[in-house]
Design a protein around this ligand. Structure first.
Ligand code: SF4
Ligand code: SF4
Length: 146
């Protein structure tokens, strides 16, 4: 008799779970919601006039504990202006094979050029495409500046 009681008590969790509503995520057909403060992929922001906020200072790269960011700054010229000040980020790369989503880079950025979005669908089937450059990270230009 004690053995039967042990067995029944062992099945308690099984029986109680059998009648619960299943929680099934239909991913990737129906991606689930994320928390508002979820740290997804990064974005390089622009000012309302379309100029880039990044000044190529590399503070984000120095703050990154995973060495995932590579920046090369350059000077704006009267003919080619990308940001309002003297410098802009000519090369900007984030290696998502290294990034741990800690957010230290966005805290280090003095101009709020770098922020993180809620987007999390970044999987790929090769290493090269997981190094994102400005072409993927830079926010679209406002309509009037295209
Ligand atoms: S979120 Fe963290 S690991 Fe990812 S790039 Fe920024 S500082 Fe580096
Ligand atoms: S994103 Fe911010 S911290 Fe990084 S180089 Fe640009 S301005 Fe500097």
């Amino acid at each position: 008799m004690p053995k039967l009681l042990d067995a029944l008590s062992g099945f308690r969790v099984t029986f109680s779970t059998m009648f619960k509503k299943p929680i099934t995520e239909e991913y990737p057909e129906k991606p689930g919601p994320v928390a508002k403060r979820y740290h997804g992929r990064h974005q390089l922001n622009r000012y309302p006039d379309g100029l880039e906020k990044c000044i190529g200072c590399e503070l984000c790269a120095w703050a990154c504990p995973a060495d995932a960011i590579y920046v090369e700054g350059d000077n704006n010229t009267p003919d080619e202006r990308f940001s309002p000040g003297e410098r802009y980020g000519r090369v900007y790369q984030i290696n998502y094979l290294r990034c741990i989503g800690c957010g230290l880079c966005i805290e280090a950025c003095p101009t709020r050029a770098l922020t993180m979005t809620n987007e999390y669908e970044m999987a790929d089937d090769n290493r090269a495409d997981l190094i994102w450059g400005k072409d993927k990270l830079l926010a679209p230009a406002p309509e009037t500046h295209r």
